[in-house]
Design a protein. Structure first.
Length: 259
């Protein structure tokens, strides 16, 4: 077990959180659809991540299930510790298992935020990402809706997920970007957005840091995760798993503890 924030800390959305976070997408059924096969185990993993391993950065989305993981987080951890950052995402419709459709209409985004507030039982989403930019809706309308919700006190900070350098540059002309979440791992080693985030001192959250397991070296996460964290101090990583032993392995990789 570890009492120190695994991986050290980074400031994201007004909170100082562990650089090793927990990506929760896998806490669902097959196809990121429906409930996990063992709901009690999923709840236990969320509690262990926070209470036993000192992880203070949970990443989720309304599309996971859809809605499943936000309910799990609330049932596992509410009332939430003051140092816990729960980052969620909106902007994907889920018509079927393994089907993800960008949906950035302002009315839909607003409805998604309101529903996430209820599922998580909070008055404000500390960090809300635009999960994907919808090419069918002007970006200004998508970001403008989230900015309105921020001004209403329903969102604390706005992030971007899976964006290009051009997307990032354009978005920053419209809103303050609190964090960017893009793919980065030993197989996808370069992202121009990371360099821009370093220059702008904006947190960069690497999702799929183990490339869905393909980046593991002899089943060891130490090299890939530590390589990522060594790239820049503004990087956080959010490996995801549905197995308690994998969660413990990831913590051990970062801390060197017996986790």
């Amino acid at each position: 077990m570890t009492t120190q924030p695994p991986g050290g800390t980074v400031d994201i959305a007004g909170k100082t959180v562990s650089r090793l976070g927990f990506g929760t997408m896998r806490l669902t059924g097959p196809g990121t659809w429906g409930d996990p096969d063992n709901r009690d185990r999923a709840i236990g993993m969320l509690r262990s991540a926070v209470d036993a391993f000192g992880i203070t950065h949970l990443d989720t989305a309304d599309a996971y299930g859809p809605h499943t993981v936000e309910h799990l987080i609330k049932d596992a951890l509410h009332p939430y510790p003051g140092n816990l950052l729960i980052a969620t995402k909106v902007g994907f419709a889920r018509p079927a298992p393994d089907v993800w459709v960008p949906h950035g209409h302002p009315v839909y985004l607003r409805a998604c935020v309101e529903a996430s507030l209820r599922r998580l039982a909070v008055e404000r989403l500390d960090l809300c990402y635009l999960h994907r930019i919808d090419p069918a809706v002007p970006l200004a309308d998508q970001l403008g809706t989230l900015a309105e919700l921020r001004d209403e006190g329903k969102i604390g900070h706005i992030g971007l997920s899976k964006v290009t350098h051009d997307d990032f540059t354009l978005a920053r002309k419209q809103i303050p970007v609190a964090a960017v979440q893009n793919v980065l791992n030993i197989h996808t080693r370069y992202d121009a957005v990371l360099e821009a985030c370093i220059d702008a001192e904006i947190p960069y959250v690497a999702y799929r840091p183990l490339d869905a397991g393909a980046a593991l070296l002899d089943r060891d996460a130490t090299g890939p995760l530590c390589w990522l964290l060594a790239r820049a101090p503004n990087i956080a990583v959010i490996p995801g798993t549905s197995k308690p032993e994998h969660l413990a392995r990831n913590v051990k990789a970062i801390t060197g503890s017996r986790a």
